[in-house]
Design a protein around this ligand. Structure first.
Ligand code: RP5
Length: 166
């Protein structure tokens, strides 16, 4: 199976991105984690992107905050799918990161998840890799089934909870 690369602009993104690693682990997907910055280490970004396919990655997850160009810059130098995770910021709440990740010009797509959407980035990566992997597809189906059960349980207790609140 291909590996997933989780890259982030700074180690300050790790408290959010640890959830991505955790979710990939649940699906049994191998991953590497790296700090690579489009602005602070542009050469490392280029080297990583240009060698990512050769290095056994199937999907790249790129998280960054503020002027968050990491996912787009990486996507410009690889044909692998790139998932962008905009990181919440103190000044603009992540709107800065969201727009600079999602608003890619025609020709260089970045599949952008929600601000701090680390879990969804992992699930989307798993779904991409499950196209040709039946075992992984079954794990994803079971994850969805668990969510159904959780929501049904919440639905069954919602009247009771409301009564306690009013
Ligand atoms: C971005 O700038 C990083 O992805 C991080 O979200 C943000 C702040 O980085 P630090 O100043 O905390 O290293 O490049």
């Amino acid at each position: 199976m291909y590996k997933v690369a989780i890259i982030m602009g700074s180690d300050s993104d790790l408290p959010v991105m640890k959830d991505c690693a955790k979710m990939l682990g649940k699906f049994g997907i191998e991953y590497d984690v790296k700090v690579i910055s489009a602005h602070r280490t542009p050469q490392a970004a280029e080297d990583f992107a240009k060698n990512a396919r050769k290095n056994g990655y199937g999907v790249i997850i790129a998280a960054a905050g503020k002027a968050a160009h990491l996912a787009g810059v990486i996507a410009s130098m690889t044909t692998l799918p790139v998932i962008g995770v905009p990181i919440k910021t103190s000044m603009m709440g992540g709107l800065d990161s969201l727009l600079s990740t999602v608003q890619m010009p025609k020709g260089i797509p970045v599949a952008t998840v929600a601000v701090d959407g680390a879990d969804n980035a992992a699930i989307l990566a798993a779904q991409i890799m499950a196209v040709y992997d039946e075992t992984l597809a079954e794990k994803l189906a079971s994850h969805k089934a668990n969510m159904v059960a959780e929501i049904e349980a919440k639905n069954n207790t919602i009247d009771e909870k409301l009564k306690e609140m009013i």
